[in-house]
Ligand binder design. Structure first.
Ligand SMILES: Cc1ncc(COP(=O)(O)O)c(C=O)c1O
Ligand SMILES: N[C@@H](CCOP(=O)(O)O)C(=O)O
Length: 481
């Protein structure tokens, strides 16, 4: 399988090169030259596979430069019930992403947050850790990961990469904007290959720095800079798997359809759902949910994509979705405009200059109906009342991001054909956002015993201004330290 850049760079690398490379040299994002199509016979054969088997079946369509036996071993090592061990009692951890039905057969949660850091990022990041180790060992190389987090990618990456030889992680987070639990998960790590940098800005400032460093080809090559954010195709590829798994869990036959509602920020998670649908998964509706940072909802409602400045970005009680410039949206727009890299480059010229674009009234925007999207937004008050309503009605506690998903799923229920099951992707567990759970329910969320007292551990973090050169100097100064 060869990959292309959404902005048209001439090279056609294979998977292992883009795994280590992250962004394309022209600032675009990598996508497969064509989406592999899943036949009905394959869907039939895949129903009933374990998560690791399904991951291997799907990923081998995208990863053709790792021998099959090795890729299978990596999938088997990654997707185990020991790693994804925090399923709700009564749900089967061996399923890795069990469905927790709120209304049996009709409306449920796809549990994606049972991994070591209690957020859906673990689903892809654990695989990335193992892929990096495998490819670097084979090539005798090392990598310095520069990442940005609004709260969950950071801890998932650090837990996946800690202690891995040949890998150093520099993770930028927005100073003072994450929950106490999220800060503790990252900043309490004392591993020598992990550096946490809290930047005095928002997530978008941190992500801009990651892209600026990555776009400096000389610096990137000299210091072997790699990416773990969903700008890295491997993250999106790994996330495709659970859409198939969710479909098989929620339906009885491959003649049925399904709908998903996805709490969204950087558009990485729902982008994987879009690609699963392009591959042939029978998805009737993909519902995108935002919080008050509603740039994406605005696009799906109006055709205008207008990333907000930091001053216009709200700090909310679903902080991991406090994103106003959604990286992966470029991947979707590439498909929307008929995979025309010139058109994408032109649109992102305006975005990268701090502007916006407006597709309303264009044939491209009219084409949106073919992609089965719906969208909505949720606010702090909605989150509190949804957390309460889900707890009182179903006895299930959901986190603030999943609550945004449930609220928008309810709002958009009419867009789902009758009889089609609707799954909300559970993107984090409530304990990560205990402050808001207490405000909604007046009680503490459940906490896995192994994470007791994590907030009281000593923390190690550097606070810095969001300046590209300063971050580069920090990286250079700490390499081989
Ligand atoms: C808990 C949680 N929910 C939802 C999201 C949004 O996912 P995406 O950025 O892939 O749209 C994130 C972060 O990305 C997250 O950490
Ligand atoms: N919500 C994310 C932001 C980064 O998103 P990514 O999927 O591109 O890594 C976070 O929690 O850090």
């Amino acid at each position: 399988m060869k990959y292309l850049s959404t902005r048209g760079h001439a090279a056609r690398p294979e998977f292992c090169d883009i795994l280590l490379g992250g962004l394309a040299p022209d600032g675009g994002l990598y996508l497969p030259e064509t989406y592999p199509q899943v036949t009905r016979a394959e869907l039939d054969a895949w129903r009933g596979l374990s998560y690791a088997e399904l991951a291997f079946a799907i990923l081998s369509k995208f990863i053709t430069d790792i021998p099959a036996a090795d890729l299978k071993a990596i999938c088997d090592k990654t997707y185990t019930a020991d790693v994804y061990r925090f399923a709700r009692s009564g749900d089967n951890a061996a399923d890795i992403t069990p469905v927790h039905w709120l209304e049996p057969g009709r409306f449920g949660l796809l549990e994606l947050s049972n991994g070591p850091t209690l957020a859906f990022k673990d689903m892809a990041m654990q695989l990335l850790g193992n892929l990096f180790e495998y490819v670097l060992d084979k090539r005798g190389e090392t990598i310095n990961i520069l990442g940005a987090t609004s709260g969950d990618t950071g801890s998932a990456a650090e837990y996946a990469m800690r202690g891995k030889h040949g890998v150093t992680v520099f993770m930028l987070s927005p100073h003072g904007k994450m929950s106490a639990f999220q800060r503790a998960q990252m900043y309490s790590l004392q591993d020598e290959n992990i550096y946490n940098i809290a930047v005095t800005g928002m997530f978008d400032d941190a992500q801009d720095i990651v892209k600026a460093v990555s776009n400096d080809a000389a610096f990137k090559a000299r210091y072997k800079i790699g990416a773990v954010n969903s700008i890295n195709w491997a993250r999106v590829a790994a996330q495709i798997v659970y859409y198939f798994k969710g479909y098989f869990a929620a339906t009885k036959s491959n003649d049925e359809q399904i709908a998903f509602c996805v709490p969204s920020g950087n558009f990485g998670n729902i982008c994987a759902g879009h690609i699963a649908r392009q591959m042939g998964l029978p998805v009737a509706r993909l519902i995108l949910a935002t919080n008050e940072n509603d740039v994406l909802d605005e696009f799906f409602q109006t055709g205008v994509y207008r990333p907000r400045k930091a001053a216009e970005t709200h700090v909310t009680s679903s902080p991991s979705m406090d994103i106003s410039k959604a990286s992966n949206f470029e991947r979707f727009v590439f498909d929307l405009v008929g995979r025309d890299p010139k058109r994408v480059a032109e649109l992102w010229k305006s975005v990268d200059a701090g502007g916006a674009f407006d597709l309303s009234g264009t044939p491209e925007f009219a084409h949106l109906t073919n992609f089965a999207f719906a969208s909505g937004r949720s606010t702090h008050e909605d989150r509190l009342s949804t957390i309460r309503q889900v707890f009182e009605t179903y006895g299930t506690m959901v986190d603030t991001h999943t609550a945004d998903g449930v609220k928008v799923a309810w709002d958009c229920a009419d867009s789902v054909p009758a009889g089609v099951p609707l799954l909300v992707l559970e993107t984090a567990l409530p304990v990560k956002f205990a402050e808001t759970i207490r405000a909604a329910l007046g009680r503490e969320p459940e906490r896995p015993a192994e994470l007791d007292g994590i907030e009281s551990l000593p923390q190690r973090v550097e606070v810095m201004a969001p300046e590209v050169d300063a971050i580069k100097r920090f990286i250079v100064g700490h390499l081989g330290a």
